[in-house]
Design a protein around this ligand. Structure first.
Ligand SMILES: [Zn+2]
Length: 366
């Protein structure tokens, strides 16, 4: 669900999708500067006399796709997105559940644009991030501008220009921000968005990095209106960050009580006796047909036990079916945390769940 929603929002925002390899020759990572400036690389693999490296980032692949053909100024901006799994060698002592792992999936994208498009693109990315967070129920976040670190590539002048461009975009969008001195990445400054969970703990999710170094190193070009070659700007951005970590944050945020549209099982169908199994299975199939994630509990357990268990699993909606329900094409509805809601017509129930799903509703009212 998280991925589907992410994809829909990115399609609306004009992104194309890529799937790129998990390893590349070590030369690629030398050219990008990763071998020299990036500490979390796994040791290289030797295959048939050549050295390969697991990708710690997706950037060089997106760059190669960009470089696979010539671009004119009219083609830009190009926005390449990928749910890209990357590998980072974290010391065993710092690994921590879903939050810090050695392989994770970034909701990554790279935007290649002209200088005159830079501000709008940065604003677009920050606004898209805020839209996603709102849908997941996060209202509170802080924006940081992270500036040049001690180890960096590129000239001081380029760094100053890039920092100014990010700052201009934040000001133009009217977004309040703080400056995090020295926290940029080696190839450019960045905007970070830290989301606050229900307990007001801040989680680093979004990062928007402006890069003028990789376009230089990989010799990116486009043909300008003047017929001459120009360097595009490159923006690296991940909005939710690592999907694994973001999922950890969602569990904390909702305390496991996911809103309907995110719940792994949305509806639990519970037949009272064996003679109701056929109806329960039909109901389950109908729900699945309507893209509702349902599960039917056919165990020979007492009804109260089954209800208690589904409540314990925090399934948002429970449909109990017995003789009366089968006869009338109805089901008895229980809403997690709200209790018994009485009988509902199956068709009306379907329409309502669909509506709650479509609206990404954070609460359930029938
Ligand atoms: Zn990147």
């Amino acid at each position: 669900m998280i991925e589907n929603f992410w994809r829909d929002e990115h399609t609306k925002a004009g992104y194309d999708y890529l799937y790129t390899p998990h390893i590349a020759k070590l030369d690629v990572w030398r050219r990008s500067g990763h071998t020299e400036y990036y500490d979390a690389m796994f040791p290289p693999l030797e295959l048939e006399g050549l050295e390969f490296e697991l990708k710690p980032m997706n950037c060089p692949f997106h760059i190669m796709v960009y470089n696979s053909r010539q671009h004119s100024y009219r083609d830009l901006p190009l926005r390449y997105a990928e749910l890209g799994t990357v590998y980072r060698y974290e010391r065993s002592g710092v690994l921590h559940g879903l939050l810090r792992v050695r392989g994770f999936t970034q909701d990554d994208a790279h935007i290649f644009c002209r200088g005159d498009q830079l501000e709008d693109e940065i604003i677009g990315v920050v606004r898209l991030a805020c839209r996603l967070f709102t849908a997941f129920g996060f209202e509170d976040y802080d924006i940081y501008l992270s500036t040049r670190p001690e180890r960096y590539v590129g000239s001081l002048e380029d760094w100053n220009k890039a920092e100014a461009a990010l700052e201009e975009a934040l000001k133009a969008a009217g977004l309040p921000y703080r400056v995090d001195v020295g926290e940029g990445v080696f190839y450019g400054p960045k905007i970070d968005i830290k989301v606050k969970d229900v307990l007001k703990r801040a989680w680093q999710c979004t990062t928007v990095q402006l890069d003028f170094t990789l376009s230089e190193r990989f010799d990116l070009k486009y043909i300008g209106e003047d017929g001459k070659e120009h360097r595009p700007f490159m923006i690296h951005r991940a909005l939710l960050g690592s999907l694994e970590r973001f999922f950890g944050l969602l569990i904390e945020q909702f305390n496991g009580n996911f809103p309907l549209w995110l719940a792994p099982v949305q509806v639990e169908v519970i037949p009272i006796a064996e003679r109701h199994h056929e109806y329960a299975l039909k109901l389950d199939a109908l729900l699945k047909d309507n893209k509702i994630r349902s599960h039917v509990d056919l165990r020979r357990e007492k009804i109260n036990y089954k209800i208690r268990e589904a409540e314990h699993q925090k399934v948002p909606l429970l449909l109990v079916v017995g003789d009366k329900e089968v006869a009338a094409n109805f089901a008895s509805l229980r809403i997690h945390g709200q209790g018994d809601k009485g009988r509902v017509d199956v068709a009306e129930f379907l329409a309502k769940v669909k509506q709650l799903n479509d609206n990404k509703s954070l609460t359930v009212n029938f």
